[in-house]
Design a protein around this ligand. Structure first.
Ligand SMILES: Nc1ncnc2c1ncn2[C@@H]1O[C@H](COP(=O)(O)OP(=O)(O)OP(=O)(O)O)[C@@H](O)[C@H]1O
Length: 272
């Protein structure tokens, strides 16, 4: 089966700095992949290649079998219509209400029918647990609500693929949990292929199907959260726990709990 996203031998430099030295990985349809790695490893740069915002010096990205690298802007725009991007900070327009923020991509795409706009906005807000909040202004929202609105804005175009850059940065642990659940739920309920860049390892362990660890401009390791937790590779251990040698079991336990909660929730929903 063809992967939904194929990243092949991606190379990128800025001036003398070689940031990507031949990065390759695939993401299957409906899969949730987390890109991890130290600060400056090139994670955000990779996301921008996935959306065709940056062209590689060598290598390519295919989205659903179509090349988005080094092709004309018109082709990129067509492919981009399948992709929702939640940028770092999840920036909302401060002068626009929640509803207007979510409406923005629809209006950019030329949708004018008020009734359709309203129903798509309310469906997107419902998906992120913010039904009826259209009139609120960003200044009156909590950090977690701002992220939820940013997620609603990313999904309102009914994308087939979602890219999240640090979606839980700056949130407290409880809100981080709820946003992580939301990202996984949207991915699995709607079958949306998802790539998340995150420093938040507990969240990554909980929600990812597959993890790609970047180091020195290449993919150092790929595997499942379980495989990461059981890896004895000293480089991975050091990345996860620094030199402190924190307890592996606590992360492993968290992952099991999370899977259990997800399974219980899925079971409840099936029985409703
Ligand atoms: N447009 C650009 N021009 C010059 N250098 C850039 C540009 N974009 C990124 N870089 C450099 O590329 C490197 C990788 O940046 P990137 O933002 O992808 O890192 P990251 O892995 O996402 O880091 P962090 O986890 O800190 O966000 C950094 O050294 C950054 O300064």
């Amino acid at each position: 089966m063809q992967p939904f996203i194929r990243v092949s031998q991606l190379k990128q430099s800025f001036g003398a700095q070689e940031v990507l030295k031949g990065v390759s990985f695939d993401v299957d349809k409906g899969e949730l992949l987390a890109l991890i790695g130290g600060s400056g490893a090139g994670k955000s740069v990779i996301l921008k290649h996935l959306d065709g915002l940056i062209d590689p010096l060598d290598g390519y990205v295919d989205i659903d079998g179509r090349r988005i690298s080094n092709v004309p802007e018109k082709v990129k725009r067509e492919i981009r219509s399948k992709i929702g991007f939640m940028f770092q900070q999840g920036a909302l327009f401060d002068s626009l209400s929640v509803g207007e923020n979510v409406a923005f991509p629809l209006q950019e795409a030329g949708l004018k029918n008020e009734e359709e706009l309203d129903s798509r906005i309310s469906a997107a807000l419902e998906s992120v647990g913010l039904s009826g909040q259209e009139e609120k202004m960003p200044a009156n929202l909590s950090g977690g609500m701002i992220k939820r609105v940013a997620v609603a804005r990313a999904i309102v175009m009914t994308p087939e693929c979602l890219l999240y850059d640090e979606p839980t940065a700056g949130l407290d642990p409880i809100v981080t949990d709820s946003i992580s659940f939301l990202i996984r739920q949207i991915c699995k309920d709607k079958g949306i292929t998802t790539v998340i860049v995150s420093h938040d390892m507990p969240s990554v362990i909980r929600i990812a199907d597959k993890i790609v660890y970047l180091r020195e401009g290449t993919v150092y390791w790929t595997g499942t959260p379980e495989e990461l937790l059981h890896s004895e590779d000293p480089v991975l251990k050091k990345f996860l726990y620094g030199d402190s040698g924190e307890d592996w079991a606590s992360l492993a336990g968290m992952h099991e709990n999370f899977q259990r909660v997800l399974l219980e929730r899925a079971e409840r929903e099936r029985n409703q």
